[in-house]
Design a protein around this ligand. Structure first.
Ligand SMILES: [Ca+2]
Length: 603
């Protein structure tokens, strides 16, 4: 524990980053020679990263929420702001939302902050990030789909450029203009990561979009032991051996905070800390996985029931939210083959989330030790719901490793013959466990039913969140994060930036909610479109459709106040309400540049 404190307070002694040239750094084939600050040198050579993980677990279990009086000295300046985010994590995974996964840090933030029952993301990594960092709908920021450019009749479609455009500003650009020191540690994924040598286009990398310091990945997924596109500033970074990305994100964030406070003590800082955890592949140290050994032997059916009961007891949901059916493609747990492998998949996933919680804990420790905890707004959310993708041997992409850091071959695909967790294999937890992660909702990442877009939102800020320890029914969305940053940061959202006209921000500040305002958000409606999946939420009503079979684009209508799990489709009974909401959705789609899914030129 002492060592962990030293790490948090004194983790500024990083050695020079290793350097790897483009593009081989992203292909995993360069000679592995460089060192980096995240190795354990600052803790003494006798401790490995996994020793630290174990010590971190013990430290995180300690109560820290009661801050010291020395922290009041920071109360006069504008608050520091931290936005931290999980990747592919379901609504009910973390402890303070009803999950059985051990997340003591997030639970403490929640117990001393505010939790949102109805906060929404954008169903997928890229569009969520494009919306989060800009305060716009993703199409307005140029990311109507993912990181590919689409054309129609030979002409690029502005809302589908696969890259942040110049009609938006990032929250870092806005807060930097207001005097904040801007820091990022984690996954970017709002610009293409392909390219080589001088052809690498860095114009939309974090350092060119408002951040003073950056450590993390440009690309959207990959090995936790050797992530593709690992970067420091604008240069490739060698992870070195004994690297674990989730932990490194927390270490670098803590280091950046320390440096920011040392170098510019009068300025507040903004930290964006998006993890890749618990996105596939299932990678975690064996010691972390072992904590969950046997916990999932009860299987997915019992676990879903257990979670829903706890969610009701905790007040996450009330009795009107029913349990959706088990995914129809899956068998009852009693009939499932390969039970040991199935349980192991969820054990690794749980370990990935617990390690993320520990990394957030390292940052919280740093804030406390520097006397900044009381005056820091921390927002935690997830970028999309649990992911049902089953890893396949045929997967080929930049983020699918062909070999380990040490050059050993990697086995790709969900194979019950291999227990996942190690760097040598590349698996996912798949449909049945994603079904658990999203308890009690339907569907997954990609879809805009509640299972795809319902996110935890924990807001912690002793000096600013006065409605603590409980829940709000305020309906919030990613677009509100920019507005909140502008509001609490005393910033001005620009009409022009860099000579370009900027789209007006779409969201509304959540700050009034922090002090108990129960007004329901977004009377103008909230809207989604991702891969032809569509939705609008207006008041208690949600109109939603799934592009692919079996629904095939048919609109469904739900009263979420009575039926949060979207089990009782009222569309046939209420055609006027459907027509009203369809009209709202059509007008929004026209305004932000939605194009009918796959109506563009063949690629
Ligand atoms: Ca994601």
């Amino acid at each position: 524990m002492v060592l962990r404190s030293q790490a948090a307070a004194g983790g500024t002694t990083g050695t020079g980053p290793g350097r790897r040239a483009w593009p081989s750094a992203w292909q995993g084939s360069l000679a592995r020679s460089g060192g980096m600050m995240c190795r354990m040198s600052q803790f003494g050579s006798s401790f490995s990263r996994r020793d630290l993980l174990r010590m971190g677990a013990a430290a995180s279990a300690l109560p820290w929420a009661c801050s010291t009086s020395s922290q009041t000295e920071g109360a006069a300046k504008r608050p520091n702001i931290i936005v931290t985010m999980a990747d592919d994590m379901g609504f009910s995974d973390i402890g303070c939302y009803g999950g059985e996964i051990n997340t003591p840090v997030l639970d403490s933030l929640a117990a001393n902050g505010l939790r949102f029952r109805s906060f929404y993301n954008y169903a997928r990594c890229c569009p969520t990030r494009a919306s989060l960092v800009t305060g716009l709908y993703p199409h307005q920021a140029g990311v109507g789909h993912m990181m590919s450019e689409f054309r129609k009749d030979g002409e690029p479609i502005p809302s589908y450029m696969g890259n942040l455009n110049k009609s938006c500003v990032t929250f870092a650009e806005v807060l930097k203009s207001a005097g904040y020191t801007t820091l990022m540690s984690g996954k970017w994924h709002v610009t293409p990561a392909e390219g080589s040598g001088e052809k690498v286009d860095r114009s939309n990398w974090p350092m060119q979009r408002g951040f003073d310091k950056f450590f993390g990945t440009i690309h959207g997924a990959g090995s936790f032991y050797d992530p593709p596109s690992l970067t420091r500033g604008n240069e490739p970074e060698d992870p070195g051996p004994d690297f674990y990305y989730t932990t490194a994100i927390g270490e670098n964030a803590s280091q950046f905070i320390g440096e920011a406070l040392d170098e510019n003590p009068d300025a507040p800082f903004f930290l964006y800390m998006p993890f890749t955890s618990p996105h596939w592949p299932l990678h975690a140290p064996e010691e972390a996985i072992a904590k969950y050994k046997g916990r999932y032997d009860i299987g997915w059916d019992a676990l879903r029931e257990e979670r829903l009961q706890r969610m009701r007891e905790m007040g996450v949901l009330d009795g009107t939210a029913g349990m959706s059916d088990r995914d129809p493609s899956q068998v009852p747990w009693e009939e499932a083959p390969d039970k040991e492998w199935q349980a192991r998949r969820m054990e690794v996933y749980a370990a990935q989330i617990e390690l993320m919680d520990e990394a957030i804990g390292q940052v919280v420790d740093t804030l406390r030790e520097r006397g900044e905890l009381d005056n820091t707004l921390i927002l935690f959310l997830a970028d999309n719901g649990g992911c049902a993708e089953e890893a396949r041997e045929s997967w080929k992409a930049l983020h699918i490793p062909t070999e380990t850091y040490a050059g050993e071959p990697v086995a790709v695909g969900n194979n019950p013959e291999i227990m996942p967790g190690a760097e040598e294999d590349y698996q996912s937890y798949g449909i049945p466990w994603a079904n658990v992660s999203n308890t009690p909702f339907r569907y997954y990442k990609h879809y805009v039913h509640e299972g795809g877009i319902a996110s935890p939102l924990v807001a912690y800020w002793p000096a600013g969140v006065t409605s603590t320890g409980g829940w709000t029914d305020h309906v919030g969305h990613l677009i509100d994060i920019m507005a909140t940053c502008v509001d609490v940061g005393g910033a001005t959202y620009p009409e022009t930036y860099g000579g370009n006209a900027i789209e007006p921000m779409e969201g509304a500040s959540l700050a009034p909610v922090f002090t108990g305002d129960s007004a329901k958000g977004h009377p103008e409606g909230l809207y989604w479109e991702h891969e032809g999946n569509r939705a609008v939420r207006s008041g208690n009503w949600k109109l939603v459709s799934k592009w692919s079979q079996p629904e095939d684009g048919r609109w469904e209508l739900y009263d979420l106040e009575q039926d949060r799990s979207e089990l009782n489709d009222l569309a046939a009974e209420m055609p006027d309400k459907v027509a009203e909401l369809v009209g709202m959705w059509d007008a929004w789609a026209e305004r932000v540049g939605v194009i009918e899914w796959r109506s563009w030129d063949p690629r």
